[in-house]
Design a protein around this ligand. Structure first.
Ligand code: FHN
Length: 481
C-alpha cells in the first residue's frame, strides 16, 4: 500500500514538473522578442554585377529630356524691366539678388494654365526620348509638387494649385517614358539653407555658410526626398548644387545610402556627393565618391570613359526659360551630339525650359520633332548599343556603335558621302548584307586588307540626301579589326 502511495506521489510529481516545464516553454515563447529582421545594406559597396543590372535600362536608353521649370519662368530673365546678367534664367533670384519676399511674388503669379502633361509626354515620345528628369525643386527652393513638408510649392503657393509632378509622372508612365527627378541641395528660400548674408553680397565668395544647414538636410531635404520617392516612384534622383561649402562629402555618402534605402534600384547621379570637379563631373577618383554616373555639363567628353556618364546640355543658352534667349542650336548639331555621345558610351540629356504658361517653346518642339524623325530610321544605332572596343570614330564625321552582344556594327556618317565610303576598322562577314538604314536595297561592297571596307552608294540614294538627313547609318555584320 505504502509503495502504491509513493508511486502515485512520484507520478504526480513528474506530472507537475512536466506541467511547469510546459508552461514555462509557452511563457518563454511568448516573451521571446521577434528577432528584428533589419538588414543593413551598404549601397556604397555594391557588387559590379548588381551595379550593371541596376544600370542596364539607363545604359540602353541613351536619350533623355531634362526639364528646368519653376517660378523663374515668370520673370523669364527680366527684373525691374532690365535684362538680368548671366546665361541662366533659373538663377535670376540669385543673379539679381532678389529678396525672398520679392521673389515669392513671382510664385504668386505662376499659373501655367496651358500645361498639358499628356502633350508634353507625347512630345517626348515623338522625339524618341526614353526618360525624363524634371526639376522637382531648383535652387530657388520652389517645389513642383504638393509637399507636406513645405507650403512653398505649386499647390499651396500659386493660383494654379495642381500637382505638376503627379500629372507628368502619370502621363510619362502611359507613354513608357521613365520618370526622374532633379533635386537641388542649394535652397535660397529655406532659412536654414540660404547663405546667412543673402541677398547682400558682392560675389560668390562672399556667401556665408548657414550653421543650421544640417538641420535643413535632416528635417527638410530628406523628408522631401522620401515624399518624392514614395509618391512619384522616380527611377532617377538627379542631385545638383552640391558644391556649396555647407554640404560635406560625408553628408553626400549618407544621402546616397538614404535614397537607395528608400528605393534600392533607383539611379543617382554623382552630384549627390562632392566628386564632380568643376562642371565636368568626371573625377578620376570617382570610386571614393558616391554616385552612379558622371554629369559633364554643357560639354561632351573628348573620348570614351570607363565610367558611366551623361552629358546634359541646353538647346539655347539657358536651362530655365528666358524670353530673350534665341540662340538655338540647329537640329543638325543636336543630332550629331547624340551620335557623338552614344559612340563614346554616354547618355544625352537634352534640356527644355517651358514658359510660365506651361508650354515647351516652339523652337524646342520643332527640333525635338526632327530628332524623333531621324531616330525613327536610325534609332537602332543609338538605343541598346555599346561602344566599340578599338575606336569609336574615323575622322571627324564618322562614328561607330555596336548592337549589344551581337556582331552588328553601325557606321554613322555625319555628312553627305561621295559615291563610296571607306571604313578602316570593320571587316564584314563573308557574304554580309550591308544596308543603309531607311533603305531596303543591299549595298555593293568589297573588302581589302590594305584599303579596308569599301561601300558603294547608288546615285538614286545619294541624291536623296537633304538638309534634314543629318546623318546616314550603315549597318554591317562583321568584326572589328
Ligand atoms: O546651377 C545649376 C544650373 O542652374 C542647372 O540646373 C545645371 C544643370 O546641370 N546645373 C547647375 C550648375 O551645375
Amino acid at each position: 500500500m505504502a509503495e502504491k502511495i509513493i508511486n502515485l506521489k512520484l507520478i504526480s510529481l513528474c506530472f507537475l514538473i512536466l506541467l511547469v516545464l510546459f508552461m514555462n516553454a509557452c511563457k518563454s515563447d511568448k516573451k521571446k522578442p521577434e528577432k528584428a529582421k533589419i538588414e543593413i545594406v551598404n549601397y556604397l559597396e555594391e557588387s559590379e554585377e548588381s551595379f550593371d543590372q541596376r544600370m542596364e535600362w539607363w545604359r540602353d536608353d541613351r536619350f533623355g529630356m531634362f526639364i528646368h521649370w519653376g517660378v523663374y519662368a515668370v520673370p523669364a530673365g527680366i527684373y525691374n524691366n532690365k535684362e538680368v546678367k548671366g546665361h541662366n534664367g533659373e538663377w535670376i533670384m540669385n543673379n539679381a539678388q532678389i529678396p525672398v519676399k520679392e521673389y515669392e511674388k513671382f510664385a504668386k503669379q505662376f499659373n501655367p494654365t496651358k500645361f498639358d502633361a499628356n502633350e508634353w509626354a507625347k512630345t517626348m515620345k515623338d522625339a524618341g526620348i526614353k526618360y525624363v528628369v524634371i526639376t522637382s525643386k531648383h535652387h530657388d527652393g520652389f517645389g513642383l509638387w504638393d509637399s507636406k513638408i513645405s507650403n512653398y510649392d505649386i499647390v499651396d503657393f500659386t493660383p494654379y494649385g495642381k500637382d505638376i509632378l503627379k500629372a507628368l509622372s502619370k502621363a510619362c508612365k502611359k507613354q513608357s517614358i521613365k520618370f526622374g527627378l532633379y533635386y537641388s541641395v542649394i535652397d535660397w528660400h529655406h532659412p536654414e539653407a540660404q547663405a546667412i548674408n543673402y541677398p547682400n553680397y558682392n560675389n560668390w565668395e562672399d556667401l556665408k555658410v548657414n550653421p543650421k544647414f544640417s538641420s535643413y538636410l535632416e528635417n527638410y531635404m530628406k523628408p522631401q526626398l522620401k515624399e518624392l520617392i514614395e509618391n512619384y516612384d522616380p527611377e532617377i534622383i538627379w542631385f545638383d548644387g552640391e558644391w556649396i561649402p555647407d554640404f560635406t562629402h560625408d553628408q553626400g555618402l549618407e544621402l546616397y545610402q538614404y535614397v537607395r534605402s528608400l528605393k534600392p534600384n533607383i539611379i543617382i547621379n554623382n552630384r549627390v556627393d562632392k566628386g564632380r570637379s568643376g562642371m565636368q563631373g568626371m573625377n578620376k577618383e570617382d570610386k571614393k565618391y558616391a554616385g552612379d554616373f558622371g554629369t559633364p555639363e554643357q560639354e561632351i567628353l573628348k573620348t570614351t570613359s570607363t565610367l558611366d556618364w551623361e552629358s546634359c546640355m541646353t538647346m539655347n543658352d539657358t536651362w530655365g526659360y528666358k524670353k530673350n534667349d534665341h540662340n538655338w542650336k540647329s537640329t543638325e548639331v543636336l543630332v550629331h551630339n547624340l551620335i557623338d555621345v552614344t559612340a563614346k558610351g554616354g547618355n544625352y540629356l537634352l534640356n527644355v525650359g517651358p514658359t510660365a504658361e506651361g508650354l515647351i517653346p516652339t523652337p524646342s518642339v520643332e527640333r525635338l520633332k526632327q530628332i524623333g524623325l531621324w531616330l525613327k530610321i536610325n534609332g537602332k544605332a543609338i538605343y541598346g548599343t555599346e561602344k566599340l572596343q578599338n575606336s569609336y570614330k574615323q575622322g571627324d564625321k564618322i562614328r561607330f556603335t555596336k548592337e549589344k552582344g551581337s556582331p552588328v556594327y553601325f557606321a554613322i556618317v555625319m555628312e553627305k558621302p561621295g559615291k563610296t565610303i571607306v571604313l578602316k576598322n570593320l571587316k564584314p562577314k563573308k557574304d554580309s548584307k550591308i544596308t543603309l538604314l531607311g533603305y531596303d536595297s543591299k549595298l555593293e561592297w568589297s573588302f581589302d586588307n590594305k584599303e579596308g571596307l569599301i561601300i558603294n552608294i547608288p546615285l538614286n540614294i545619294l541624291q536623296a540626301w537633304n538638309k534634314n538627313t543629318y546623318a546616314w547609318t550603315f549597318k554591317i555584320t562583321g568584326n572589328e579589326i
